[in-house]
Design a protein around this ligand. Structure first.
Ligand code: BV8
Ligand code: ZN
Length: 242
């Protein structure tokens, strides 16, 4: 079936759905100029995200990890949501029960106006004290290379879920609740390799959802989904609301 017909098929499903869940990854922000993790531009000084986004890396060299996050904060501070982010805000306003699960830490969904949102890997604009646990929003760019807590002087870390760290229980519960009760799951711009987010598509499928993927390439989800739309998020997602 040509792409236009499949896009129309998905748009009709979304138009009559009473409950929709969306899962996004770095691909939705690529069109805003934010580098993805595993694409050609996915490296920073030849480090991979898995090398730097871990408690071990932070323990071993907090300065290097903060350099990476400061580089990303400076870059993301200049980026804006794109038509795909805004189309999801529109979808949220149209659908009775809507939940957006994002793996992205760039804050662009919030900036676009998404409300029913779980940032399951955290947010790059939040910092957490490693001593007293206090979490604050901090948009200072760049942060002091080793930032300290205004309350107890403890070392601050990004309030982000690193590899080997568990997601917040309430984020997991809310995500599973949405995945089990949605008529449609829309997966946009994720390579589907990072768990537990990579298990969300099978969970929704098993619960009877109609699952749609928007990506430039095939992913581990592609064989499982009902419709796979190949294209850029900023071009394809707005068409699903037409
Ligand atoms: C956990 C914060 C329990 C960092 C991130 C072996 C097997 C299975 C699992 C594991 C294993 N070994 C370890 C694990 C667990 C591990 C994991 O899954 N590892 C993977 C690498 C195998 N997971 C964890 O550790 C998680 N925690 O499991 O807790 C536990 C507890 C203790 C001990 C063990 C387990 C925590 C995972 C969270 C890690 N933190 N982010 C930061 O951002 O600074 S993950 C990181 O990857 C980002 O958050 C990112 O969002 C996420 C996923 O990447 P994507 O978003 O998919 O981005 P990617 O670049 O990969 O792909 C982009 C896609 O977009 C591509 O498909 C591309 O084609 C597409 N695209 C590009 N441009 C466009 C586009 N699509 C459309 N339009 C475009 N224009
Ligand atoms: Zn503190």
């Amino acid at each position: 079936m040509p792409d236009q017909d499949r896009i129309r098929q998905v748009a009709q499903r979304l138009a009559r759905a009473r409950a929709v869940t969306v899962l996004t990854g770095a691909g939705i922000s690529a069109d805003s100029g934010v580098p993805t993790f595993r694409g050609a531009d996915g490296l920073w000084r030849n480090y991979r995200a898995e090398d730097l986004a871990s408690p071990e890396a932070f323990e071993r060299n907090p300065r290097l990890v903060w350099e990476w996050y400061n580089w990303r904060r400076e870059l993301i501070a200049t980026k804006s949501p794109n038509p795909a982010h805004y189309a999801l805000v529109q979808l949220e306003q149209r659908v009775g029960r809507f939940w957006l699960i994002t793996q992205n830490v760039d804050g662009l969904h919030r900036a676009a106006g998404s409300q029913n949102l779980s940032e399951i890997h955290g947010n790059i604009w939040k910092v957490r004290c490693t001593a007293c646990g206090r979490v604050d929003e901090d948009h200072t760019v760049p942060l002091a290379l080793l930032p300290h807590c205004p309350r107890c002087q403890g070392l601050l870390r990004p309030h982000i879920v690193w590899f080997g760290e568990s997601l917040a229980p309430e984020d997991l519960e809310r995500s599973h609740e949405a995945l089990r009760s949605s008529e449609v799951l829309l997966i946009i711009g994720t390579s589907g390799v990072v768990y537990p987010a990579a298990s969300f598509a099978p969970i929704a499928k098993a619960a009877g959802a109609f699952v749609v993927e928007v990506n430039l390439d095939a992913t581990p989800h592609t064989d499982l989904v009902d419709v796979s739309l190949q294209g850029r998020a900023k071009d394809t997602v707005p068409k699903l609301l037409a």
